[in-house]
Ligand binder design. Structure first.
Ligand code: SAM
Length: 288
């Protein structure tokens, strides 16, 4: 019988044989549900001829499945014990295992080629930091299938106007279209996490509209959500170098009422506002 890390008893036996125990600090909740593992890989679409990056392969539940579908899999694992275990246990010719930290590794140097995918059951303590790195630094990846804590998934997929919509929603939706794929309850993991999990698919946007200055747009987005109960006018007034008359002028130009809150603005409105305010900023504050 072929080893499958998504099989709970096989996973536990392998970990015991290797003297390993799940490390809570590294977000090690291993997926022990074959149907969920199959569904995650399926959600990446047809992987024939495509290269895949997996963050945190753990005991290999997704890794082995990905190797059967993709032309090549890069799997980046921080835990030295798991990395060594995978090296001894997974024999796929098309797998490159890397011992490293997804928060620090030189991701751009990986030879992922065009039309690549990232598939991962992310460590929950670092989900947003890893996700933003992936979106920013891997432009040839057009599909991301990622498991994360349910509440983070809700923020990524939130439309404007609701409680979950914030600067993370705007940042992620600027790069991609988001879609919920699957809910995965705690008993599907070993050990069971304290939170519910959701698989999200992100499809990179071909950039129909882009701001003149991306960094400035993100400064503006962060400021717009700084105090959620404040109006857009008051929140933006806190940006050094941007005074109220200038903001009023830019808001008018974009057809945005000064009394609305940041959470009502969609990505296209943030882009328009960024382009309207950018030339009005006094001094060198724009680069902050
Ligand atoms: N993919 C496996 C699965 O689905 O069962 C394991 C998923 S577990 C939620 C997260 C994995 O990420 C663990 O293997 C953990 O050691 C690894 N990890 C934690 N922090 C990491 C980091 N900064 N860089 C790379 N891997 C990390």
């Amino acid at each position: 019988m072929e080893f499958d890390a998504a099989n709970r008893s096989q996973l536990r036996q392998l970990m015991t044989e290797n003297g390993l125990r799940p490390n809570k600090r590294l977000g090690q909740n291993f997926l022990c549900d074959k149907n969920a593992a199959d569904a995650i890989v399926r959600a990446a679409g047809d992987l024939t001829g495509r290269r895949v990056l997996e963050i945190g392969p753990g005991a290999g539940a997704l890794t082995v499945r990905l190797c059967k579908k993709a032309s090549h899999v890069y799997a980046l694992e921080l835990d030295a014990g798991l990395y060594a275990m995978l090296q001894n246990h997974v024999e796929a010719q098309n797998l490159t295992l890397i011992h490293g930290d997804a928060l620090k590794a030189d991701l751009a140097s990986l030879d992922l080629g065009e039309h690549a995918a990232v598939v991962a059951n992310l460590p929950y303590y670092a989900t947003t930091a890893i996700l933003l790195r992936l979106l920013h630094e891997l432009p040839t990846v057009d599909t991301f299938v990622l498991m994360m804590q349910k509440e983070v998934a809700q923020r990524l997929c939130a439309p404007p106007g609701g409680r979950d919509y914030g600067s993370l929603s705007v940042a992620v939706q600027y790069y991609s279209q988001t879609q919920t794929v699957l809910q995965v309850p705690p008993p599907c993991f070993f050990p069971a996490p304290d939170v519910d999990s959701t698989v999200v698919r992100l499809t990179r946007r071909p950039y129909p509209i882009q701001p003149a200055d991306e960094a400035w747009m993100f400064t503006l987005v962060r400021a717009s959500f700084a105090m959620r109960r404040k109006t857009i006018l008051n929140n933006l007034s806190a940006i050094p170098g941007l005074d109220k008359p200038a903001i009023m002028q830019a808001l008018g130009q974009c057809g945005i009422a000064p009394g609305v809150r940041g959470e009502t603005l969609c990505i296209e409105q943030f882009i328009a506002l960024s382009d309207a305010t950018g030339p009005l900023v006094k001094g060198s504050h724009k680069s902050q």
